[in-house]
Write a protein that binds this ligand. Structure first.
Ligand SMILES: NC(=O)c1ccc[n+]([C@@H]2O[C@H](COP(=O)([O-])OP(=O)(O)OC[C@H]3O[C@@H](n4cnc5c(N)ncnc54)[C@H](O)[C@@H]3O)[C@@H](O)[C@H]2O)c1
Ligand SMILES: *[C@@H]1O[C@H](CO)[C@@H](O)[C@H](O)[C@H]1NC(C)=O
Length: 319
């Protein structure tokens, strides 16, 4: 029997590596049949492989979409640098419809345009002025219609060791105004706006290990962060029935100018210091914290409330 009886065009046989002459012998025809079947199986396998690949790609793209912050309006306090800036950028890159950066570093206000000229705005805002929290939230709502996320992140570390024995109360007052009172003012006005607008929003504070542990120095900083812990716990309980989630993102030692100032070292030296004192090798960056805030803000996590989510390399403070 010759497979030529199937009347396939000759060039198809050549495609499989057979000449017209080969096909005239019956044994060659069987080899040919085997070869065709094998190649057919390989083709099917490759196709399946591609289908699986396309399915995996589809699932991955879908998961990216799920994480998106589509339509969300966020305010990032202390967003001109460090963790705040990275978070504003991450929000815009993941579909937030608008981000307001509120900070005192007016010289860095073009950071908003560098993130996104039409969806990111800079507003001068000094957290130590209680009245400004109200007007900041009102401006955000009048510009963008509503407020979904309030990231209260501005923070300072005071100079001097500030041990209990050399405690300076004027430094203490300044630090509390920024690190603690600001959070209370932000939670109050953001929560009011969310409640009035019927928004199931999220409120965050950037916390630190200092909210639960002593550093061995910086008593005022440790006290300010402990106080924020009390506020977050109270607020998450009181605002839950309005669907507003209050959480803390606990930043470990993240390589920002803030950390350099706190450790009293330059940026290049900072990484070495952090690595040498961290259990988990490597230095977490502001991007790692930004991703965590964005993750928590997703509607997928509607029942994550009152948590302390740590982004940390298990830094061990020298005592
Ligand atoms: N970097 C770390 O290792 C680390 C660790 C734990 C907690 N944190 C916390 O993270 C937060 C952000 O710190 P960062 O590391 O990004 O530092 P950063 O200094 O880069 O950012 C802080 C921002 O807050 C702003 N700010 C300061 N005073 C303000 C005021 N009165 N009004 C408005 N804005 C003001 C600053 O201008 C700055 O843009 C702080 O609350 C800090 O306590 C940081
Ligand atoms: C406290 O700190 C302020 C500001 O740094 C300084 O002016 C003041 O002299 C300090 N007070 C004491 C008692 O050291």
């Amino acid at each position: 029997m010759s497979f030529c009886t199937y009347n396939l065009p000759l060039r198809v046989w050549f495609l499989f590596g057979f000449s017209e002459k080969d096909l005239e012998s019956e044994s060659a025809s069987w080899v040919f049949l085997g070869s065709v079947s094998l190649q057919f199986l390989i083709l099917v396998w490759l196709l399946e492989f591609h289908i699986a690949g396309f399915l995996a790609l589809g699932a991955w793209l879908a998961s990216l979409r799920e994480n998106k912050l589509d339509g969300k309006v966020a305010t990032v306090i202390g967003g001109a640098s460090g963790i705040g800036e990275a978070t504003a950028r991450h929000f815009i890159n993941h579909g937030a419809c608008a981000v307001v950066i509120a900070d005192i570093q007016d010289e860095k206000q073009n950071v908003a345009a560098s993130i996104c000229s039409d969806r990111c705005t800079y507003i001068h805002y000094d957290v130590t002025d209680k009245e400004q929290a109200k007007s900041l939230v009102e401006s955000t709502v009048s510009m963008y219609g509503h407020l979904d996320v309030m990231f209260s992140n501005a923070g300072i570390f005071s100079s001097g060791t500030q041990t209990v024995l050399d405690f300076n109360f004027s430094v203490f007052n300044k630090l509390f105004a920024v690190n603690t009172r600001r959070m209370a003012a932000c939670v109050k006005h953001a929560a009011r706006a969310m409640k009035e607008g019927g928004v199931r929003g999220s409120i965050y504070s950037t916390a630190s290990v200092s909210a639960t542990h002593s550093l061995g120095f910086g008593t005022n900083y440790v006290m300010s962060k402990h106080a924020v812990l009390g506020l977050v716990r109270s607020a998450s309980c009181m605002l839950a029935e309005d669907g507003i989630r209050v959480n803390r993102v606990l930043s470990g030692t993240v390589g920002t100018p803030f950390l350099c100032r706190s450790l009293g070292v330059e940026m290049e030296e900072m990484e070495k210091v952090v690595e040498s004192r961290s259990k988990l090798k490597g230095v977490p960056t502001e991007k790692n914290v930004a991703e965590t805030v964005a993750f928590l803000s997703s509607d997928k996590l509607e029942f994550l409330i009152g948590v302390d989510l740590a982004v940390d390399s298990l830094y061990v403070f020298p005592l």
